[in-house]
Each structure stands twice: as structure tokens, then as C-alpha cells.
Design a protein around this ligand. Structure first.
Ligand SMILES: [Zn+2]
Length: 103
């Protein structure tokens, strides 16, 4: 499982782009715990931005969506592969809100 975790970590980091720091931990139930933090916000001395989500692909998706929104909002000049999925991320956010999930 360790190999698969670091493989996922690399894949997520590649997708999140150069500003992101991606870390995947395992929680008590051996579930993946995705953590994405923003290296730029940290460097500028702002309150560090980070998101973490538990779970498999759903957790990954939802952490990556949050990161995509952060990029668009705070770093509009940044480029990252995940920005290609912005429209899908917005759709998912919409669906989650419709479903009553809260942040
Ligand atoms: Zn940031």
C-alpha cells in the first residue's frame, strides 16, 4: 500500500501544479487522507491555506476541487493541470451543495 500511496501522491502533486504541496497520510482505518497546502500563501506569511479530505477517490477529488478554487481565487496567474477541470469541479461543488453537504 505504501507504494501506491506515494504513486498517488506524485500523481496528485503533478495535477495540482507547482504551487501545491500534496501529502497523503493514512488515517486510523487505513484510509487515504489527502492534504494539499499552498506554498505561495505560506511564503507570503499569510495564514497557510490547506485542505484535507479523507477517503479514496472521492477524498482526492474533493481536495483537488478545493485546491482548484483556491488557485482561481488567490493565484489567477498560476498555471496547473487541475485548472483544466475547473468546470467539472464547479459542477461537483454545485451537486454537493444540492445534496446538503456542508463545508
Ligand atoms: Zn495560496
Amino acid at each position: 500500500m505504501v507504494a501506491s500511496r506515494s504513486a498517488r501522491e506524485r500523481k496528485a502533486a503533478a495535477q495540482a501544479g507547482p504551487l501545491a504541496r500534496v501529502k497523503i497520510d493514512l488515517d486510523g482505518e487505513q484510509q487515504f487522507l489527502y492534504r494539499i497546502s499552498c506554498s505561495t500563501c505560506v511564503a507570503r506569511g499569510h495564514r497557510a491555506w490547506s485542505t484535507h479530505r479523507a477517503g479514496g477517490d472521492n477524498g482526492f477529488m474533493s481536495a483537488m476541487d478545493r485546491w482548484t478554487f483556491h488557485l482561481v481565487e488567490k493565484h489567477p496567474d498560476a498555471d496547473a493541470p487541475c485548472l483544466a477541470f475547473l468546470a467539472e469541479a464547479q459542477q461537483r461543488l454545485h451537486d454537493r451543495r444540492e445534496g446538503g453537504a456542508s463545508e
